[in-house]
Structures are given as C-alpha cells and as structure tokens.
Ligand binder design. Structure first.
Ligand code: NAD
Length: 253
C-alpha cells in the first residue's frame, strides 16, 4: 500500500464511552473508522462526529461474540470502507457479583464478549493485516486484571486479554503487526455510572470517592484512553509490541 492511502481502523463497542472517544480520535489521526456496536443505529452519533469533522466512518451493527456476525461485519468493512488493519477490541460488559452469587450466565457473558469477542475479531481482521504487511491491534484490559472484589469473571477476562495480546504480538510480529493492551483505571462512562447505581451511590459522589484514591486526584475520561490507543496504533509505534499500559492516574499496587 502507498503511504498516502488512508488506513482503516475498526473499533468495537464504539457507540459510546471509551470506544466512541477512540473512534473519534483515530479519525482525527487520519484513519477511516468502522464504528461497530451491538446496534447499528446506536453508532450514528459517533459516525456523525467523525463525518462532521471531515472524516470517513461507517456504522456497523454486530455482536462481537457471534462468529457469523463478526465475519459478516469485517467483510462489510473491507468492502465499504477498506481493509481493516487497525483493530481496537474495546466492546465490554460487566456482570459483577461475589463468587457465591455469580451465575454461570454472568461468567459466560463476560468471557464471551471480552475474550471470545477479541479472539473472533482479531482472527477475522488479521488476514487483512497480513496482506497489507501492517497491522495494529489494541486490546482493552483493565486495572481489574490485578484482581477486584465482585469481579471474578471480569478480572479473569481482563487478565486473559493481556495473555492474548502477548501471544498475538509473538505470532503476528513477522507480518508487521503489533499487539498491545491498554488497561484503564476508573474512567467516567456509562459502565462506571451503572456500577455507582448498582451500589446505590450518586455518580458524582462515586467519582469523588474514586478520585481521592488516585494519585492525580481525578478520575479518567474516555479521551485519556483514546490518547493511549492513538499512540499504540500510530505509524511510528512499530517497535512497541506485546505491552500492557496501565492508564490509571498513577501506579497500581
Ligand atoms: N469505564 C472504565 O472505568 C473501564 C475501566 C477499565 C476497562 N474498561 C473497559 O473499556 C472498554 C469500554 O468500556 P466503557 O466504560 O466505554 O463501557 P460502556 O459500557 O460505556 O461501552 C461499552 C460498549 O460496548 C458495547 N458492547 C457490549 N457488548 C457488545 C457486544 N457483544 N458486541 C458489540 N458491542 C458490545 C456496548 O453496547 C457499549 O456501547 C470495556 O472493555 C471495559 O471493560 C472500562
């Protein structure tokens, strides 16, 4: 591919939150962006932000845990926008509960969206990256990968994302493909708002309490994560691979 050709990025879970901010940021970096989420119509806001700024974007409805939907979505992106050579596996859900109350469905849902979803999307996109001799994969992990009360399912999935990332880095490096992981701390999104609601706290109070435990004394914003993803997906980041970057306003114990 010529260096003037626009590269295509695919961001999962991009209708809102971290995924939406990442899609907008990658478009600002000059990428065409496939904005993928469960409901195609829900992607309209993100697509509109990108196109209003002069970028190219495509809304794609897809459940990342369904292999047929993933293969169809990736083929559609390749046909309508171009071969996806940048992949951000961001789609995620929580099903928090203490172990003794955690159902098998809580466990399977979290594993399926985070791990199976990242596996299916990466498998479907890698052939486009190999053909291009260039690829960037970023997998969203979490500070919860280090262990977090009430999140046995999510902590296991997010730790799994790190092992998955390092393996992709080793397998795919020879094709010009890097794989890295971004592990956010507390980021203000619908996901953390839902956690506040679940524990019966006002979201502002919840954020204030979280910020008091963070060295930089604030919670993160989706753009904080988009910035890290932009670095890993950059043209000049080709020698940075298999890394896990905690973006949490300080070190984690
Ligand atoms: N918010 C935080 O504090 C935080 C911290 C660490 C890691 N993360 C991770 O960052 C990522 C984004 O989190 P967020 O806070 O923006 O969450 P969010 O709930 O605001 O957004 C997640 C998006 O993923 C989509 N999604 C869920 N299941 C899907 C599926 N099967 N197929 C396609 N899309 C699906 C949702 O529809 C939603 O638009 C997640 O992987 C999350 O685990 C978030």
């Amino acid at each position: 591919m010529s260096t003037t050709e626009q590269r295509v990025a695919l961001v999962t879970g991009a209708a809102r939150g971290i995924g939406a901010a990442t899609a907008v940021r990658l478009a600002a970096e000059g990428r065409a962006v496939a904005v993928l989420d469960l409901d195609e119509a829900a992607c309209a806001d993100t697509v509109e932000k990108i196109t209003a700024a002069g970028g190219r974007a495509l809304a794609v409805g897809c459940d990342v845990s369904d292999s047929a939907q993933v293969d169809t979505a990736v083929a559609r992106v390749a046909a309508e926008l171009g071969a996806p050579v940048i992949l951000v596996n961001n789609a995620g859900v929580l099903r928090d509960n203490l172990l003794f109350k955690m159902s098998e469905n809580d466990w399977d849902t979290v594993m399926n969206v985070h791990l199976r979803g990242a596996f299916l999307m990466s498998r479907a996109c890698q052939k486009h990256m190999v053909d291009a001799g260039f690829g960037r994969i970023v997998n969203l992990s979490s500070s919860s990968a280090l262990g977090n009360r009430g999140q046995a399912n999510y902590a296991a999935a997010k730790a799994g994302m790190q092992g998955f990332t390092k393996t992709l880095a080793k397998e795919l490096g020879k094709f010009g493909i890097t794989a890295n992981s971004v592990a956010p701390g507390f980021i203000a999104t619908d996901m953390t708002a839902a956690t506040a609601a679940r524990v019966g706290m006002d979201f502002d109070d919840f954020k204030t309490a979280a910020a008091s435990q963070i060295p930089v004394q604030r919670v993160g914003e989706p753009d904080d994560i988009a910035h890290a993803v932009a670095f890993f997906t950059g043209e000049q980041a080709g020698f940075v691979s298999g890394q896990v970057l905690y973006v949490a306003g300080g070190p984690l114990n």
